[in-house]
Write a protein that binds this ligand. Structure first.
Ligand SMILES: Nc1ncnc2c1ncn2[C@@H]1O[C@H](COP(=O)(O)OP(=O)(O)OP(=O)(O)O)[C@@H](O)[C@H]1O
Ligand SMILES: [Mg+2]
Length: 398
């Protein structure tokens, strides 16, 4: 299941952080470890996100990298050095938390200078470094303010400046925007990305918000139940999800499983009868009778009133129409009994604008039937006509 966990970082970059078979078992009664064998290679200067649902082990992984938690097994290397037994304050790494805990009685500048003063950095150097980092986070004019005089986003930028002023080689951020409202969070996402580019250090960013991970990351590791399911660029995890879990967790996805009626070098077909069929790219069409699992993104599907020429086409009845501004979301009960979700852009190009209860045809190009992996070929005994039918519940939107 864990596909592609060792996908290499971008070419030419030194690995900043390497995790080899990292396990963390808190010894809970349920027995399952929080992190069950994570392998990762993160490049210097990369914006890398750990994305996954609550409890999947993101924070635990981050805390092990930071040195707040010792792994139960495996190795963590920072710039090639094994970190086992190296305390957090010797790791050249800083962490920014969701609750940024600024000192309320200190000014913005003093909050940022705090760590440098403790390390007895010369006064003039402290002034220079604080000035520069406050300019980077665009808070130079707030240097003398107290934290309570700042907005949530500004406070978060102070927390960021406080970590960056130490010039760590990597910064670990655990849901740092979680406390902000949606609008502010979105503008801070772009800010964070700009700041990361400007300072050029490695960011490992933890979030359970897929839109946030897609917006900011060079690469994303999608975690589930203490394991990594896929490591890839935002576009790849969206367009080419490795597993059904990734397909369902990132955006909306229609899952299709069925058995191939025919298969050949040009690809395969699941014939649903009545002129309905699902076409499958050659990579996912081993032999007739094979079980396949596919994902189709809602925006790749076109709605028409009659059968369209596109490779895959399925008939259904519209059961729900939701206007979303830039697009409209249609839920369609297909003739196989399962529901599919379709997004049509509201740009005036739609060839059909159906209402609830209308019969429609869904069609999409073969390339958009993206394979999630195949199951072993079925025994030949399934039906005299040899017509493969999809497994029950075969079209499942997620
Ligand atoms: N100190 C601890 N002692 C025992 N179990 C723990 C400890 N910390 C975390 N866990 C367990 O390990 C699992 C992973 O927790 P973790 O905090 O890493 O999840 P997460 O992915 O960060 O989730 P969230 O998105 O909710 O923050 C959970 O089942 C959690 O209950
Ligand atoms: Mg967490």
């Amino acid at each position: 299941m864990a596909t592609d966990t060792l996908s290499p970082p971008p070419v030419g970059a030194d690995p900043a952080i390497t995790l080899v078979d990292v396990v963390k078992d808190f010894g809970g009664v349920r027995g399952g470890a929080a992190v069950r064998g994570v392998n990762l290679t993160i490049a210097e200067g990369e914006f890398f996100s750990l994305l996954g649902p609550s409890g999947c082990g993101k924070t635990t992984t981050l805390r092990m990298i930071a040195g707040f938690e010792e792994p139960s097994g495996g190795q963590i290397l920072l710039h090639g050095r094994n970190m086992v037994g190296v305390p957090a304050n010797k790791r050249d790494i800083n962490m920014v938390f969701q609750s940024y805990a600024l000192f309320p009685h200190l000014s913005v500048a003093d909050n940022v200078a705090f760590g440098l003063r403790r390390r007895r950095v010369p006064k003039s150097e402290i002034r220079d470094r604080v000035d520069r980092i406050l300019r980077t986070v665009e808070l130079a004019e707030k240097a003398d303010h107290r934290p309570r005089q700042l907005s949530g986003g500004q406070q978060q930028r102070v927390a960021l400046a406080r970590a960056l002023v130490n010039r760590p080689r990597a910064l670990l951020l655990d849901e740092p925007l979680g406390a902000l409202d949606l609008k502010l969070r979105q503008s801070m996402q772009l800010e964070l990305k700009r700041i990361q580019r400007e300072v050029g250090i490695t960011f490992i960013y933890v979030t359970h918000d897929q839109a946030e991970a897609l917006t900011m990351s060079d690469r994303i590791a999608v975690m589930n139940g203490g394991l990594i399911e896929q490591v890839a660029s935002p576009q790849e995890v969206y367009e080419r999800p490795a597993t059904a879990f990734v397909a369902g967790f990132i955006g909306t996805s229609n899952l299709i499983s069925g058995r191939l009626t025919t298969a050949g070098p040009e690809g395969g077909v699941i014939d649903l009868g009545d002129g309905q069929r699902i076409t499958v790219p050659p990579s996912a069409a081993p032999t007739a009778g094979s079980g396949v699992q596919l994902t189709v993104r809602p925006e790749k599907i076109t709605l028409t009133t009659g059968p369209a020429g596109d490779a895959s086409r399925v008939r259904g009845t519209v059961s729900e129409v939701v206007y979303l501004g830039t697009s409209t979301s249609y839920t369609v009960a297909t003739s196989t009994g399962a529901e599919m979700t379709v997004f049509q852009p509201n740009d005036g190009t739609a060839s059909a604008v159906p209402a609830r209860g209308d019969t429609v045809w869904l069609s999409w190009a073969t390339a958009h039937s993206y394979p999630l992996g195949s199951t072993p070929a079925a025994p030949a005994a399934s039906g005299a006509a040899g017509r493969a039918v999809p497994d029950s519940g075969s079209l499942t939107p997620r």
